[in-house]
Design a protein around this ligand. Structure first.
Ligand SMILES: Cc1ncc(C[n+]2csc(CCOP(=O)(O)OP(=O)(O)O)c2C)c(N)n1
Length: 328
């Protein structure tokens, strides 16, 4: 299943929104954290996990989704939230901990919930998998349209929730797709040091569902495989496991010294950046002119600056509200 030019433009624009937003967030994150790095200070308090490099996974999959389809994402959620159509202003306000944020400022960047497009994420590894299976089950029981997609890291594939979720999804033939973003590292632990087999898509066999491996972090190849999996889920064919070999261009979180990376890995990965790759491919195919690209970048930056301004101007929640809408 090959994307049309419009679908490629959509993927390029969404990758650029995510990337350029994260570049701005990384700058703002450091405000108030110099010369002494205190995670709690500055306009963006708390941890910050950037997804730059992993954007193809989000756009290749979400290009096939509608607002009523469910997505559960991870602690590294920005690229997926953008591609699922989460409101940018309220997303950035949540990242700033403001009252106008998606979770009223209670959650921060790992807890972006947008029911209008059925998007959620969690800081707990593999935690989105059970809810995605539940969402798929509810759609099946109610005979409602819609699929669920659960994104996870390769580290999450060693959690019990992974195995429980795949088993039930297959047993009940649910409309759910599991997408592993394999960036080869779980914090500082390599996949080779944590996982008994070289590739997680093989685990699909144990649960009686199709499993696919997509190499090279290529949005078009991801679009192809995800399109078939999502179409199968929509037409009653049951779940699929997709493993994508991707890479994060930055550290596990902001402030990570990345001492665990082999020499030259960062530079080698940066040279394979998927966003300029798609841009150059489209230009070579006559699908994109420099002026088209400039117009896209301008549109992205305007939306990003507007969202940042909205977040900066928004009030913090009042202390009296702190215990509302939470488990105490
Ligand atoms: C249940 C649970 N255990 C441990 C952690 C701490 N932790 C946060 S991110 C992370 C690594 C996750 O690796 P992976 O799933 O590969 O995702 P990546 O960070 O590479 O995107 C860990 C262990 C957590 N958040 N939740």
């Amino acid at each position: 299943m090959m994307p049309t030019r419009d679908q490629k433009l959509w993927m390029l624009e969404n990758m650029l929104v995510s990337r350029r937003l994260e570049e701005r967030l990384a700058e703002i994150y450091m405000e108030g954290k110099k010369p002494v790095f205190n995670m709690a200070s500055g306009p963006i308090p708390g941890e910050m996990h950037l997804s730059n490099g992993q954007e193809p996974c989000a756009v290749g999959v979400c290009a096939h989704l509608k607002p009523n389809d469910v997505v559960t994402a991870t602690h590294r959620p920005h690229h997926i939230a953008v591609a699922k159509g989460v409101d940018l202003d309220r997303m950035v306000a949540e990242i700033f901990g403001k009252a106008t944020g998606l979770s009223g400022g209670r959650g921060g960047h790992m807890h972006l919930f947008d029911p209008t497009v059925n998007f959620s994420c969690s800081g707990i590894i593999a935690q989105g998998m059970g809810p995605a299976v539940g969402a798929a089950l509810s759609r099946k029981l109610q005979k409602k349209d819609g699929v669920a997609v659960s994104f996870l890291g390769e580290g999450a594939a060693n959690q019990g929730a992974f195995h429980e979720s795949l088993n039930l999804a297959s047993l009940w033939k649910l409309p759910v797709v599991f997408v592993i973003e394999d960036n080869a590292w779980g914090v500082s632990v390599s996949k080779a040091a944590s996982t008994a087999i070289p590739n997680n898509h093989i685990r699909a066999q144990a649960y009686g569902m199709p499993g696919f491996l997509v190499k090279d972090n290529d949005p078009i190849a991801i679009f192809d495989v995800a399109g078939e999996a999502i179409a199968r889920a929509r037409t009653g064919g049951g779940p699929t496991l997709i493993e994508i070999e991707t890479y994060r261009l930055a550290g596990h979180f902001m402030g990570d010294a990345e001492g665990y990376r082999p020499d030259g890995e960062r530079e080698r990965l940066a040279a394979k950046d998927p966003i300029p790759r798609l841009k150059e491919q489209m230009k070579a195919n006559g699908e994109l002119k420099d002026s088209d690209h400039d117009a896209i970048v301008k549109r992205c930056d305007a939306a990003i600056e507007e969202a940042i301004e909205f977040a900066r101007q928004s009030p913090y929640p009042s202390p009296e509200e702190a215990l509302e809408k939470v488990f105490v």
